[in-house]
Ligand binder design. Structure first.
Ligand code: TYM
Length: 331
């Protein structure tokens, strides 16, 4: 029996955060054996906001190097760049026509991101969830492992797919399921544990980046905002402490309660220092491996070429099926 399909992606950036790693990439690594996998660096998405071309090219390679360094197997998983498979843009257009302004207007990510753009909101920022739906539906994806902030986009993907299946036949699209891990789906800012850790945070001390040195990681976590109390418990109301325990839990595979119990009678400082050590130990080998891979773009280009070929094979079949159902004359 053929394996079920898993697909996901991260926007190309050198500022991949601990949140991206623990909320998404680490779960891909864990689940990769159970599925046939497609992992993208989503450059078409990146241009919904202004990009420097040189930096974008570098960040696109950096994304793929990160997947590899985190432990994604190049022999069994397909890794590719979104723009290398033109079916994404084509199906994206179709799905733009089958989504509504009302639906797209409800997307909280659009509200957040457009709010920072003043009067000049790129149209692509608004229609982006239809492109993300195309990313997912093109591969007949069953599972989409993401952090909590992407759940709404996957629900929209399902709504569009169900709508089109009702119009054009039940087997037009496979209805995907989000995979959101019970722990780590929303890693919080180190400086404001009520908000999500985000690459776009203006204060670099709010996030740990995979590019950060061991020393920087330790310093950032040492300065993490904790609560006014002094006891370390698993109570979610202690949001700063809870965030550090969550980070440890994702890395060590221990429950939050178990970790909280191990800190009974200890100080916040203790928790911070140990969390810093644990995060530094987890990130160090990944950072080193990314640097090594970034020194061999020839290898990455080969891998991307093969990845895009495999992706195209599947994506072109889905697109042909959809075009046929819509009534387009075959090419
Ligand atoms: P992006 O690049 O914003 O984020 C990449 C992944 O990281 C997760 N994430 C987090 N998880 C836990 N805690 C956090 N603080 C945190 N911040 C980010 C995100 O949920 C995501 O899983 N639109 C997507 C990229 C995309 C995609 C797709 C994903 C494009 N097409 C198809 C899945 C399937 C995005 O902008 O993710």
């Amino acid at each position: 029996m053929s394996k079920k399909i898993m697909l996901s992606g991260v926007q190309p950036t050198r500022a991949i955060t601990l949140g991206n790693y623990l909320g998404a990439i680490k779960n891909w690594v864990k689940l990769q054996k159970e599925y046939q996998c497609y992992f993208m660096s989503v450059d078409l998405h990146a241009i919904t906001l202004k990009q420097d071309p040189k930096e974008l090219r570098d960040a696109t390679y950096y994304g793929i190097a990160t997947y590899l360094a985190a432990g994604i197997h190049p022999k069994t998983c397909n890794m590719f760049v979104q723009s290398h498979v033109s079916e994404h843009a084509e199906l994206g257009w179709v799905l733009t026509c089958y989504s509504t302004m009302g639906e797209l207007n409800r997307m909280t990510q659009f509200k957040d991101k457009s709010g920072k753009q003043g009067d000049h909101i790129p149209t692509g920022l608004f229609t982006y969830p239809a492109l993300m739906a195309a990313d997912i539906l093109l591969y007949d994806s069953n599972a989409v492992p993401v952090g909590a902030d992407q759940k709404q986009h996957i629900e929209l993907t399902r709504d569009i797919a169900i709508r089109m299946n009702n119009l054009y036949g039940k087997d037009t699209f496979v209805i995907p399921e989000p995979y959101i891990a019970p722990v780590g789906a929303k890693i919080m800012s180190l400086l404001d544990p009520e908000s999500k850790m985000s690459k776009s945070d203006v204060n670099a001390n709010a996030s740990v980046f995979l590019t950060d040195s061991e020393d920087t990681i330790r310093k950032k976590i040492k300065r993490a905002v904790t609560d006014s109390g002094s006891e370390i418990t698993a109570d979610t109301k202690q949001s700063g402490v809870h965030n550090l325990l969550t980070i440890q839990s994702c890395i060590l595979g221990k429950s939050i309660q178990e970790l909280a119990d191990s800190y009974a009678g200890k100080q916040y400082g203790h928790l911070k220092v140990e969390t810093g050590d644990i995060v530094a130990a987890a990130i160090n080998p990944i950072r080193t491996e990314i640097e090594k891979l970034m020194g061999d773009l020839g290898y990455l280009n080969e891998l991307l070429k093969k990845g895009a070929e495999n992706a195209r094979e599947r994506a072109s079949k889905t697109l042909a099926r959809v075009y046929d159902r819509l009534g387009f004359i075959p090419r």
